[in-house]
Ligand binder design. Structure first.
Ligand SMILES: C[S@@+](CC[C@H](N)C(=O)[O-])C[C@H]1O[C@@H](n2cnc3c(N)ncnc32)[C@H](O)[C@@H]1O
Length: 259
């Protein structure tokens, strides 16, 4: 799928499934959003939430000045319905924000999907003030136990899918290297394995709905939901490894970091 095709797909998907990532993370044993917020607690000034979706980061940063940007009108309507704002509809590759005006940028589960990624990272650098920080959360492809790998094999088999078609797979476990290559100094790169409770047919359906599956026919996702509903049971856990990376733009006087 080319860049325009992907943009159309992801926009349409989020308009049709507003708040889907937040509801999916609601299955986790602990909040990934709280984990992402940790390095930003105590930040003075504005936190810009890039590709904010339904704005769950607003909730875990109650003390911060906060503003969210997203491409999907459906997601932003969901944020507004939940009383979270201010939010603005815009692409992350052209942020409607003054240069050097924000103290921090958070990017929850978006860098593997926003296009074009170099333009987005250029915008993050531009809007951050000197000493400002980027905190990003992305899926990780490593860290699964054998049982966790078996669980995901079960899910992908139900879907007859080989995995997520991220347009920027280099921004998963390789995110720190990508950031260094785009003029950031990496301060932290941590992985944590969360556990999703797949205990009911509803949870199984939410899991399927939360995956990007362009090209998967509706009858196949319906069959996968039925199959995973049978797999769901009290105590069923599905591992979800996530990576949190913090970085700050390298300024004129600081030599760029070597990968
Ligand atoms: C996986 S969701 C994450 C949403 C939210 N950050 C969260 O963690 O709940 C990815 C988000 O990226 C948004 N998005 C995709 N491409 C974008 C772009 N180029 N500019 C702004 N938002 C974009 C989608 O609309 C969607 O809300």
């Amino acid at each position: 799928m080319d860049e325009q095709g992907w943009r159309g797909y992801v926009g349409g998907y989020h308009d049709a499934h507003p708040g889907i990532t937040e509801r999916f993370f609601g299955l986790a044993d602990s909040s990934p959003y709280r984990w992402l917020a940790e390095p930003l607690l105590g930040v003075r000034g504005t936190v810009l939430d890039v590709a904010c979706g339904s704005a769950p980061m607003r909730v875990v940063l109650p003390e911060a000045g906060w503003a969210g940007v997203d491409l999907s009108a459906g997601e932003l309507a969901e944020a507004a319905r939940r009383g979270r704002g201010p939010v603005v509809r815009a692409g992350a590759e052209a942020l409607p924000v003054r240069s050097g005006s924000v103290t921090a940028v958070c990017a929850a589960m978006c860098l593997p999907v926003v296009t074009p990624l170099p333009a987005v990272l250029g915008e993050v650098r531009r809007v951050l003030r000197p000493g400002g920080v980027l905190a990003a959360l992305v899926p990780s492809r490593s860290g699964l136990s054998p049982a966790g790998a078996l669980g995901w094999a079960r899910v992908l088999y139900a879907l007859r899918s080989s995995g997520q078609p991220w347009p920027n797979p280099q921004a998963l476990d390789g995110l720190a290297a990508v950031l260094r290559a785009h003029g950031f100094r990496v301060g932290g790169d941590d992985r944590r394995v969360f556990r999703l409770g797949i205990e009911s047919a509803d949870a199984a359906a939410l899991l399927v709905d939360a995956l990007y599956l362009p090209g998967t026919a509706a009858h196949r996702t319906a069959a996968a939901k039925r199959s995973l509903a049978r797999w769901a049971r009290p105590g069923r856990r599905l591992e979800l490894p996530l990576r949190r990376v913090t970085a700050e733009p390298v300024t004129g006087n600081t030599p760029p970091e070597q990968p």
